[in-house]
Write a protein of this length. Structure first.
Length: 415
C-alpha cells in the first residue's frame, strides 16, 4: 500500500523591531504541528503598517558604467549600465590572480617556486606601460610574479604566471573561461591573461564585481597583496596605481585598469566598522576620464554606500527561525534557519520596516541532512522584496524504524 500526500506551503513571519539599545529580532511563533486538513497557514499580520521603503538616490558618477555591491549582505546598492559589455583592460588580472591563488591552494604552485620567463612574457611586458621588468630567460619566484601582477599590474608577470600554471597562455585562457563559467558568468570572455585589447575580450561591470567578490571570499589571503602600496623588482620601484590606498585607510584593494577603448577603470573595496559589525563594500567603475577621476568616483560611491545604509543582522548562524514537524523520522521536529548569519542592509533608519517570512513545502520527510534546503526564507522591506535565500535544516534527522515509518505513512494517508 502506498500513501500520497500533497506538498503544501507553510509560512511564518518574523518582524525586526528597533530598540533604544540597537536592533533585535522577535520571531512570531510557528505552529508546532500540521493542521488536520494540511491547510496553508496565512502570513501573520504585522501590528503596524511599515512605511514605504524610499531608497536613497546614488550620487552622480562620471563613468561609462558602475556598480556598488555590499559584500556583507550580498546586495547590490546601486548600478548603471552594469550589464553593458565593456573591455575589462587590466581588471582581467583579477581572474589571473584567482587562478594563481587556486593553484597555490591545491599545491600546484609554491610561493618560493621559481618560474621561467619566456620571450613571449617579456615581449608582452614591452607592450604598454604596465610591466614588472622581468628579464627574458630568467627565473622569478611565484611570490614576486603575484606581486608584479597585483601591485604593478605587470603584463609580463601575468603571462609568466599564466604559462607556469596553464603550460601555455592558450591553456591558461581556457582555464580562465572555464572558471568564468563556474561563476555563472554569461557575458565575460577572456582572450589573454593580462587584459590588452583583443577582439572578443569583454566583460561587464556586474560580472567583474562577481569575479572580485569570489576572489575576496575564496582567497582572503590575497588582500594583503592588493593593499600593498609599492613593489620594487629588478631595482625598479613602482607604486600601486590605486590612489585610494593613500587616501582612505579603510580601502584595501583592489585593481586598476586602462586601455584606450576601456578608459580608466577601478575596482575598489573597503571594510569599515559599523553598528551592525564590520561591513565590506566593493565598487566597480569603468570608463572614466583619468586616474584621478576613477579614484574620485569610486570614493564617492563607497562613501555613499556607507552613509546611506544601515547593516542589520536578522539571524545568527544556526539560529532557529522556526521549528517544523518531521514525519517518518527519529525526531518529530526539526529546527529551521540558516547555517550562516543572515545580514541585510537597508536605507538608514528603516530597519523597523523589515519582515522575514518562512515558507516550506510540507510534509518534511526523514531522513533530513543538516543544511538541507526545505523551503525559502524571504526578507522584505516595506513590502518590497529585499533578499530570498534557501531555508535550511539546522539538525540531522535520521529515518525512524520500520514501525515508526509505517505509522506516519498511515497518518499522512488519512490526512
Amino acid at each position: 500500500m502506498t500513501f500520497n500526500s500533497p506538498r503544501r506551503s507553510f509560512v511564518v513571519t518574523a518582524l525586526v523591531v528597533s530598540l533604544s539599545t540597537g536592533l533585535s529580532v522577535a520571531v512570531l511563533p510557528a505552529h508546532a504541528a500540521p493542521s488536520p486538513t494540511w491547510a496553508s497557514t496565512p502570513v501573520l499580520t504585522l501590528p503596524f503598517a511599515p512605511p514605504s521603503a524610499a531608497l536613497p538616490q546614488p550620487p552622480e558618477v562620471a563613468a561609462r558604467a558602475y556598480i556598488l555591491q555590499d559584500l556583507s549582505s550580498q546586495q547590490t546598492l546601486a548600478a548603471r549600465n552594469a550589464d553593458q559589455p565593456v573591455e575589462p583592460a587590466s581588471l582581467t588580472k583579477l581572474m589571473t590572480a584567482y587562478l594563481a591563488f587556486q593553484a597555490l591552494q591545491n599545491g600546484r604552485l609554491q610561493l618560493n617556486q621559481e618560474l621561467p620567463v619566456s620571450e613571449r612574457a617579456w615581449r608582452t611586458g614591452m607592450t604598454g606601460a604596465s610591466r614588472t621588468f622581468i628579464k627574458v630567460n630568467s627565473r622569478v619566484k611565484v611570490d614576486d610574479l603575484i606581486k608584479g601582477v597585483i601591485i604593478q599590474s605587470g603584463n609580463d608577470a601575468s603571462v609568466a604566471l599564466a604559462e607556469g600554471i596553464g603550460g601555455t597562455v592558450e591553456g591558461f585562457v581556457e582555464m580562465m573561461n572555464r572558471q568564468a563559467q563556474v561563476f555563472g558568468l554569461k557575458a565575460t570572455a577572456f582572450k589573454n591573461p593580462e587584459g590588452l585589447t583583443a577582439p572578443g575580450h569583454i566583460s561587464t561591470a556586474r560580472e567583474l564585481s562577481i569575479i572580485a567578490m569570489r576572489l575576496i571570499t575564496d582567497y582572503p589571503q590575497s588582500l594583503p597583496y592588493y593593499s600593498t602600496k609599492e613593489f620594487t623588482y629588478n631595482g625598479i620601484r613602482q607604486p600601486n596605481r590605486n590612489l585610494l590606498l593613500w587616501r582612505d585607510p579603510t580601502v584595501d584593494g583592489l585593481k586598476t585598469g586602462y586601455t584606450d577603448a576601456a578608459g580608466y577603470c577601478l575596482i575598489a573595496t573597503a571594510q569599515r566598522p559599523t553598528a551592525g559589525g564590520n561591513r565590506r563594500l566593493l565598487s566597480v567603475v569603468v570608463g572614466t576620464a583619468s586616474p584621478e577621476a576613477r579614484a574620485n568616483e569610486s570614493q564617492k560611491l563607497l562613501n555613499w554606500g556607507y552613509s546611506g545604509f544601515d547593516m542589520v543582522k536578522l539571524f545568527d548562524a544556526s539560529q532557529a527561525v522556526s521549528t517544523a514537524p518531521v514525519w517518518k523520522g527519529q525526531a518529530s521536529t526539526v529546527r529551521l534557519g540558516r547555517l550562516t548569519p543572515l545580514v541585510v542592509v537597508v536605507p538608514r533608519g528603516q530597519g523597523a520596516s523589515l519582515q522575514s517570512t518562512v515558507s516550506r513545502n510540507d510534509p518534511l520527510l526523514a531522513p533530513l541532512n543538516k543544511g538541507q534546503s526545505v523551503g525559502t526564507l524571504k526578507v522584505t522591506l516595506g513590502g518590497q522584496p529585499l533578499r530570498e535565500l534557501p531555508l535550511q535544516t539546522l539538525d540531522e534527522v535520521p529515518s525512524a524504524g520500520w514501525l515508526g515509518r509505517m505509522w506516519d505513512a498511515i497518518r499522512l494517508g488519512i490526512k
